[in-house]
Design a protein around this ligand. Sequence first.
Ligand code: FEO
Length: 396
Amino acid sequence: MQKAVKISDRVFWVGAVDWSLRYFHGYSTNFGTTYNAYLVLADKITLVDTVKKGFENEMMSRIKSVIDPSKIAYIVSNHSEPDHTGSLPETFLAVSPEKVFASQAGTKTLKNFFPSLDVQAVQDGESLDIGGARLSFYTTPMLHWPDSMATLLNPDKILFSQDAFGMHLASSERFDDELPKEVLVKRSAEYYANIITPYGKKVSETLERLVSLEFSCVAPDHGPVWRDMTCFSEILSLYSKWSKLEKKKKAVIVYETMWKSTEIMAKHFEDGLRQSGIHTAVVNMQSGNRSDLASELLESSALLAGSPTINNNAFPSLFDCLSYAKGLKFGVPYGAVFGSYGWSGEGTGQLKAYLESMSINVIAEIKAQYRPDEGTLEKCFEAGINIGQKINEGLG
Ligand code: FEO
């Protein structure tokens, strides 16, 4: 039998660890993930969220390590995305709860996924007495779906925040204070960049609301439980910065290369940016992926995209990662495009048009036939300096 992990006298983690997950709707999850579910012991025993389909036995086993699952009276679904509700039908059958609760929008989405499931809507700000404890519901639209809500358990002061403040990280540790701070920040940033970035305005509104609540523990649906509130306040302040798309003196160069001509151009742009004091991340799409680019773009002030021309087009990998980045709406102010070609040379123009469709001010377009000569490489270097100066002027 797999064991539950005690969060407080009344609350147990009964989720599942997915060590194998490497792909989450377009996001390369190189460190796996967890699907967190929480058991709340009260007169009306309540299960907060469930797990992805295929992990229901693990969840049920952990529940059984604490109680007989048939004693669960209520299920609260904070977020209807299938990584948290995929096992809801099986759980419903195994448990036969008196009621399943979700937000108003959540009831509609759950109806869509599971037409025969009877779900009761709770209103924003509504509280539910579960006998010896109280659950209060707060809608958090677009963090991560329109149906999302957070549930506050009192008197324990535990906030079940669903996707918010989560991270895709499989680990044997269940709490933030058992993991290195750098890991928590890195994985939180990666998660925010790939999942939450487009909803910054909503995130700001939600954060204002959530911080007004009194809690001493935050239990998200992915990754560790936050019980070190000093550490959590740092994540909260990062969320605030990220939601406002605050920038750093940072640029990202993404490229693919055929015979190293585009690559040597990328390296000269990088040298120029360095000369201007700009930290630069470089993503080669032959070894990197769209999520690597997204993670690096979170606080970046410039995006430089390079590709050779192949059969009258830029490389497909560039369109892949740029379309992903466009949807995430990073608000990158400056850009440049570059690349080699043999005879037609459409690649850089296509990249320029794409960056402009992302409202990026493309400062340089540099292309080279077959192999860039010293003069062309010098132009890449100078363009790097120029972009760096604009970043410095913009950030003061
Ligand atoms: Fe973890 Fe939006 O689902």
